[in-house]
Design a binder for this molecule. Structure first.
Ligand SMILES: NC(=O)c1ccc[n+]([C@@H]2O[C@H](COP(=O)([O-])OP(=O)(O)OC[C@H]3O[C@@H](n4cnc5c(N)ncnc54)[C@H](OP(=O)(O)O)[C@@H]3O)[C@@H](O)[C@H]2O)c1
Length: 284
């Protein structure tokens, strides 16, 4: 078969696969369920937030929104220090308070050192935003998604819990493919990540009673594919047409700004009960 014809066949197969998704949800407006309270200006003054994976994308925007509401934000990154510094400098320039901290959350000793440093510099945490994720890295092996998306999240929460203030909030950021894993099909190539993230969500939820003894709440925020981000672009290489298909199906995709805003609001909304899941974008 000619290379072009082969490619076309591959594309058709991908689209057929994608059509397995029921087409129920259109987003005339950004769909967020349950509706959240906007964060009043200055409401988070004197609060301290650690956002993992804040060197770019969704984590960076979440940190910016929390800082705009007055929180002191600590931007965790794994390797992209210069990028994280740039995000922090922009937050500072806009009148917020931000600092950066390096830590590969899959390395338990680094997690310990990061938390020690936070304790020395800030004393406590009000918000722990578990945003860092991955698992599509080619060089890391099959077990890496489970290590990063499950065990590392649990390790960070267990070690960080003594630092969390009473009424503190933990937010686990996930996506619909992982949150609904087993109930809806997953794009080829993404399954290990979906399995790891769902395992992570379940492991964190199992901590809810322990968190409650310290009046700390866990909120899960699950998003549809987010417009312009790297993960869908990577998936689009092996599932051609994926982004366009999902955009068309849902009406539109949430932007990074919208998703980050919701994650910050979910952290700050006092009406959300521990264990609540906030959905952003179409779930159909
Ligand atoms: N993108 C989407 O379409 C989408 C949709 C719904 C939900 N989400 C969720 O939103 C979250 C963020 O996604 P994203 O697309 O913004 O991710 P991303 O662009 O791939 O960014 C990942 C961030 O995590 C950091 N990171 C990766 N491995 C790490 C580790 N071992 N230790 C510490 N930090 C690590 C990276 O740091 P370095 O840059 O320093 O390496 C980077 O800051 C994820 O939980 C994802 O599941 C994403």
């Amino acid at each position: 078969m000619q290379a072009g014809a082969k490619d076309r066949k591959k594309e058709e197969r991908s689209i057929d696969y994608l059509r397995l998704f029921p087409n129920e949800m259109h987003m005339d407006d950004l769909y967020v369920e349950p509706r959240l309270q906007p964060i009043p200006k200055g409401a988070l003054a004197d609060r301290i937030a650690l956002v993992t994976g804040a060197s770019r994308g969704i984590g960076a925007v979440t940190a910016r929104v929390l800082a705009q509401a007055g929180a002191q934000v600590i931007l965790n990154y794994r390797s992209k220090g210069a990028r994280a510094e740039k995000v922090a400098a922009q937050i500072d320039a806009d009148g917020g308070k931000a600092s950066t901290i390096q830590c590969d959350i899959t390395v338990s000793e680094e997690v310990g050192s990061m938390l020690d440093q936070i304790q020395r510099e800030f004393g406590f945490l009000d918000f722990l935003i578990l945003n860092a994720s991955g698992g599509l890295e080619k060089d890391k092996g099959e077990e890496y998604s489970m290590l990063l998306n499950c065990w590392a999240q649990l390790d960070l929460l267990k070690k960080g819990l003594p630092l969390l203030q009473r009424q503190g909030r933990v937010v686990f950021v996930t996506n619909h493919l992982a949150h609904f894993y087993g109930q809806m099909p997953v794009y080829p190539g993404y399954e290990p990540v979906a399995i790891g993230k769902l395992a992570g969500e379940k492991a964190l939820r199992a901590m809810i009673p322990q968190l409650a003894t310290r009046k700390v709440a866990l909120i899960v925020v699950s998003g549809d594919m987010i417009e312009g981000t790297i993960t869908p672009k990577l998936l689009n290489r092996t599932n051609r047409g994926l982004i366009e298909f999902r955009r068309e199906q849902a009406g539109r995709l949430p932007t990074v700004e919208e998703f980050g805003q919701v994650i910050a609001e979910a952290a700050a909304d006092p009406n959300l009960q521990s264990g609540a899941t906030v959905y952003v974008g179409g779930t159909g």
